[in-house]
Write a protein that binds this ligand. Sequence first.
Ligand code: HEM
Length: 201
Amino acid sequence: MGEMVRKESGGAILNHWVLAISCILLMITGFAFLFHLESVGAVFGGFETMKTVHNWTGVVFTVALVLTMVNYLGDSLRYDADDVQWFKVAGGYLSHKVKVPPMGKHNPGQKLYYLGIVIFGIAIALSGFGIWLMKDNPTIMLLSHLVHNVAFIFFCIMVPVHIYLSTLANPGTFQIMVSGMVPLELAKKRYPKWMKAAGKM
Ligand code: HEM
């Protein structure tokens, strides 16, 4: 095997899977509450226990979400002319004839996905704690339910898209969240600006 470069640290990988597993568990249990799915409730020994699992998984998700900021927030807030051009050619996903501009460590689609996860993640966490802990305040309860459901729609659309893009649509990407490593040749093709800055090309 040729030279490999590290894209993700062990800590970032561990945190990604804590975030991902807690997020998916929250989505499954949340979906079961919304549509009153008795069969899913039964897996947890009833809706009351499922609610406890949902609430405490929300705490785990919130901690992991805050920890992602160490790795991704800085990069996700910086955009350059190549990023704008990337949007104009839709990242090359819709046609092979367009020229995709050179990218850094993350493409702008990933950066926006990350910002979406942070914004809607904070919204879903705060509103979740509102529903959990402020039952006596009808205004907060109403607002929290509204925000919680809108943010849930974002997750239901974006998480499956993210999973598809980081597995089937882009072979070699899933490996990054397992070992943290990318083959140098692939990194040069996908992230030339990052590789140049790292002195690898
Ligand atoms: C369970 C299936 C999932 C798979 C296979 C998966 C895979 C990946 C991979 C491979 C990356 C690295 C992409 C790269 O560096 O080029 C990544 C990044 C990331 N994932 Fe996931 N992921 C999954 C679920 C989730 C879920 C449920 C969340 C929701 C909170 C999530 C949030 C993120 C974030 C915030 C990043 C960093 C930003 C980015 O690179 O887009 N992932 N994921």
